[in-house]
Structures are given as structure tokens and as C-alpha cells.
Ligand binder design. Sequence first.
Ligand code: PMP
Length: 425
Amino acid sequence: MPFTANRQFKAEPRMLVGARDMHYTSEDGRTILDGTAGLWCVNAGHGRSTITEAVRAQLERMDFGPTFQMGHPGPFELAERLVKHTPDGINKVFFTNSGSESVDSALKIALAYHRAKGQGERTRLIGREKGYHGVGFGGISVGGLVNNRRMFGTLLNGVDHLRHTLLPENAFTQGIPEQGAELADDLERMIALHGADTIAAVIVEPVAGSAGVILPPVGYLQRLREITRRHGILLIFDEVITGFGRVGEPFAANRFGVTPDMITAAKGLTNGAVPMGAVFVADFIHDAFMNGPDSAIELFHGYTYSGHPVAAAAGLATLDLYEREGLFQRALELEERWAEALHSLSDLPHIKDIRNIGLVGAVEFEPRETVGARGYDVFHHCFWQGNTLVRCTGDTIALSPPLIVSESQIDEIIGALKHAIKTVN
Ligand code: PMP
């Protein structure tokens, strides 16, 4: 099983067998409140019938069509609709099947873009400590979580990492923290060391998720944007979790008012129903390929299932829901309420930090002797006693409920967590 202590799981499996709206059903027949939107993906809630219908109809119309030298209307229509929500100047889409594929595609697009512009010496890639960018070799190379890297050798050459922005002086900030914008200046030091003309791209999560929810300090992303632009370096936002309304706008780029050159996405794109990812690409990058030297095949890259017709149908039905139900705005509407509920936990024992933005939350504990044990115990208690699904990453509980969550369900999630924290030692 992925990212799972398999031996432990075998002893005490947690099995889900059904899902509807805000709830899962467990194998032992309990109703479990979903505090994590599955894995940050089921933003419109579970079992949405219009998605089911769209998938069924597409399967009947055409189950599969190749996208190598062939096309079909779904992905084109989806791309046209999606880019109405991306920041100005980002109007092109390359479809993948996952966040990991989106990241590796974006890194390859960055390298190929510079080549197409006659700057093939720009090959260095810059990620960030504690970054998570999926599990492809590109993604783990620019990623900065040691457990994801340490078993897999030397990874890509020519990769540097900015420092992360999880600062103790920002602990218990509600929303965006004040301290740390200057950490973006790490990039200036890398430029001074290597020369800007060797650097292809910088990739960061605007809000880091897998590391336990790390927020960008006020001005940090703006500063990264300013430096990358000044030096001709592409800026990639990995929005696999922040995309599709999670932080109160379609993308974190909209929320922070910073336009990167590419955005990677997946998860909420199809409400989790069918695997699909996307790389949103600035027009100028697209144009460099279209006007570049090789008109036979501009970008020699792709997947059998790029722009899969069934995934595209699910994506279109999902976008209909987001638009019709105002779900891209909902996290912003609930943000204060959510923050209040979350930060009400701050006086409980062992709490090290609480962080929030949109409908994302994190409660970090002081570790016991075994790092991660307290986080796991709280997660375990929430599932078995609290009938609530939360996520533990180390000693942090991360929360990201579906965007259809009600105010009373917010209280339920926080109540279950509170009980678990009080019970677990
Ligand atoms: N990037 C980020 C920021 C993610 O959070 C994730 C998944 N949690 C990925 C990439 C990888 O996505 P996938 O698991 O779909 O490959």
C-alpha cells in the first residue's frame, strides 16, 4: 500500500467501502465524516450524480481515443473552460493522469522551453526544503522531504533547494504569517553561485501540503516572482492540493495575486472520481514551442492517457458543479469560521502550532520520543472513536474537508479532533 506502514495496517486495517456527500462508510458499517476530502481531492463532496452520469455517458459514446496525432473534443472543451479560472496569461493546458505526472511534465516543459529559445544551458532546477512534488524522479529530486528521497539514490543532478518557510516565530498565526519573506532571497544566492543563465525553473507549492501545511509568509511569493522574472527563470506553482477552490479562489495563484509561468494540478480537477492531472502553461511558453525550430513535433512528451475522454468528461461535470455551487468562493466564505474553530484547540496539551488558510488546517504536536507516534495516535483515535477521517503527516494533523462542509460539520470535525487530543497522551 502506498505511503503506509503495511505491517501495522495488516494488523488493524482501516477499510472504506462507501462514500456519499460528506461521509464515508467503513467496512464495519460506521459513518465516517470526511475531514480530508479523501486525499485533498473530493472538493464537491462524494458521489455526485452528475459526474457519475457524465462518466457513464462518455464511456458509452467513446471509451478511449488516442491523443497522439489524434484528438477528441472533451479535453479541448475542458481546457477552454478551465483557463477561464487561471490567472491572466495562462491559457494553455497539458493533461496528465496525476500530480506526479504533472510535476514531471512541467519540469520537462521548462527545460524544453529554454532549449526552444536557444538557451539550452539553462538546466538547473530549484525546489524547496519540505516540498512535496509527487513521486516521479523529477518530483522527488526537486522535493525536499527526506523520507521520499533517501531510498532512491542520487536523483537528478543540478538541483538546489530553497529553505522552507516553517518558522517558529510564526507559530499560531491565523492565516498568512508575517515573518520570512526574505527567505525567497535564497534564490539570489543560488543565482550568484551558479549564474542565472544556468537555471531553468523554480518550483514551489504556494501552500505546502504533505509536509504538514506550510504557508507562505506575506510577500514571499511576490518576491520569488520578482527574482525569477528579473532573471528569466520560470516559476512553477505546484497546486495539486491548492487548486480548485481549496484556498478560496480557483488557484492559490489567484488568492496570492502572483502569476507563475506554470501551474501543476490534479486531484480536485475531477473531484477525485477519475485520475487526471494538468499542467497550465503561460501563453509565452506555448508560443515558444509553436514558433520553435521543430515543427514536426513541438513537445516530445505525453502519456497514453493524456486527455483521457472519460477523465475529461468527469472534469467537465466537476467544473459545472464548482461553478454552479460557487465552491471556488466557499473556502473564503468559511475561512474565518474555520480558523476560529481550529485555533480553539490551541490550549490543549502538546500543541506546538496551528496553521490555516481557506479550508485547510494543520494542528502540529510536540513529538514524543518516537517522532510521528502522537500524530498517528490522534489520527487513529479520530477514525475509530471519533468516526472522523483526518490525515497525519508525522506529528501534524492536516485537515481539508470537502468544500461543501457545513458549519456544524466543521464543529464536528474539530470536536472529534479535540476529543482525540485530550484522550491521546
Ligand atoms: N504535488 C503536490 C503538491 C501534492 O500534494 C501531490 C499529492 N499529494 C502531488 C504533487 C502528487 O500527486 P499524485 O499523488 O496524484 O501523483
